[in-house]
Every structure is written in C-alpha cells, then in structure tokens.
Design a protein around this ligand. Structure first.
Ligand code: FES
Length: 262
C-alpha cells in the first residue's frame, strides 16, 4: 500500500505534531464523553425491559413495541417474543443505524474515538488514509435507507405524543408533563430527519432546473436551512430522547409523579 498520510512524499516536512496552539482536544473529548454517557444510558434502557410504559406514556426506546412480550396495553404484538430479546432491541437497530451512519456523527465519533483525524490540522496517528471506500466503512453509504425507515418511526412517535393527550380512561383532554416531553421529543426527531443531508438530496437532488420545480425548490430551501443546524439538532434530539426515556421510566416505576396540567 502506498503511503498516504501526512508523512508521505511530497507533503510539507513539519516536525511538530501540529502547529495549532489552541486547546483543540477539548471538542473531541467533550463529544466523546457525551456520546459515551448517552450511549451507556441508552444501552441500559434497551436491556432493562421494564418501566417503559405508563398509560398513556411510552418510552421512545420501546415504541413501536412489536413483540409479544410487551407490557399490556403498550404493544402491537406483531412478532413472537424471543427471550431474552427485549422489545427495544428489535427496533433499536433503525434509529441507532441512522445515528451511526449520520454524516455529522461520523465526523464526531471519527474524531473522538478513532482520532481520524482528531481535529483540523492535527494529523491522525495512522500512516494510511483509507476513507470510506472499502469494507467495513463503505457500509456507511446505507444511511439514506435508515433515513427512509426512521420517517415511519417518527410518525409512530408523533402518534404516541398525540394519544398522550388522553388520560388513563382513554378520555381526551389530558395533558401532563409527560405529554409535553413526548411532544418535544417527536418534534426534535422530525427536525433531525428533516435536517438530514439525505433529506436535502431527496427533495432537491437530481434536478437540472430548480426554476421548473418551484415546490421542490421551496422544500430544498427549507431543508437547507435546517441542514445548517444539523449538528445542534443531532445533539439536542439525542440527549432529549434519553431524557424522555428517563422521564417515562421514573413515572412508570413510581419514583416521581407525572405533573398534570389539566
Ligand atoms: S446526515 Fe445526519 S441524519 Fe442524515
């Protein structure tokens, strides 16, 4: 393999590891720690398999609950339960796949965990750059399929937020803090999908003339505006989905009472 790193022939011969003087390591460190903490919590939520439902609230980690071993009232029971597989484990592959292949998160975790590179103008430790053109990294190209599938998830989580306006007896007109939490969570997840690079391509790509497609041009303009905030939305939605699970979990386990507005 020909050498392709910063020490390869033809590159400037700079002895120092980097010429940057600012604390460039802070951002990858902060991102790595945040991803590790949130990731560990979500892993716990996926495997614990209890306290994810308190009518009318369901944790987004367990919705849609599609296996036969869902808590009564929470699930659709489409698939037989396969012990010890939890209902969350069956569905987590899709939202997790979207995040793992997300263009923004790739930048974040490549820098934090693989040091590839750790920051701009800071060379990576490896001598060879292989990019994402070979297995296993070439798998990142399936991102757009996760984007399509998670749109269905967003519809289901929006439905969960709407039925959270019902009380335990199924009557409409209830609203608690849990309703608000599910609602904000659904909005953030929609914003995350709609700001996705794949979304921008789906609505505005493969066109020769925007002038002949004013509706798609408008959609592309909106997606582009959101796309500029994709990083912030990615963090907000990731943290909030964990907080939503935590809130439902605390209410369902009886640790706290749901604050009821009306
Ligand atoms: S680029 Fe981040 S979700 Fe698609």
């Amino acid at each position: 393999m020909t050498q392709s790193g910063v020490r390869s022939p033809g590159r400037a011969d700079i002895g120092a590891r980097t010429l940057r003087r600012d604390p460039w390591w802070r951002t990858p460190l902060a991102y790595g720690l945040t991803l590790a903490v949130v990731g560990l919590y979500l892993l716990y939520a996926v495997f614990v398999n209890r306290d994810y439902y308190w009518e009318p609230y369901i944790s987004p980690m367990y919705s849609p609950c599609v296996t036969g071993n869902c808590v009564a009232g929470s699930g659709w029971g489409w698939f037989p339960s396969i012990s010890p597989v939890t209902p969350a484990l069956v569905i987590i592959v899709f939202p997790a796949g979207l995040r793992a292949t997300c263009y923004y998160y790739r930048k974040a975790y490549y820098r934090s965990f693989f040091l590839s590179p750790p920051a701009c103008a800071v060379p990576e430790p490896r001598a060879h750059y292989r990019g994402e053109s070979r297995f296993p990294m070439v798998v990142q190209n399936i991102h757009r399929y996760f984007f399509y599938i998670t749109l269905v998830f967003n519809c289901i989580l929006t439905y969960d937020a709407v039925i959270a306006f019902r009380d335990h007896q199924g009557s409409w007109g209830h609203m608690g803090l849990g309703t608000l939490v599910l609602l904000v969570n659904a909005v953030l997840l929609w914003l995350y999908n709609l700001s996705c690079h794949s979304c921008r391509h789906v609505v505005g790509g493969r066109l020769r003339h925007f002038s002949k497609h004013p509706v798609r041009y408008w959609m592309w303009s909106q997606a582009t505006r959101l796309n500029a905030r994709h990083a912030q939305i990615a963090w907000a939605s990731l943290v909030f989905v964990s907080l939503t699970d935590l809130y439902v979990r605390l209410v369902a386990s009886g640790t706290i009472h749901d604050l009821r507005f009306f």
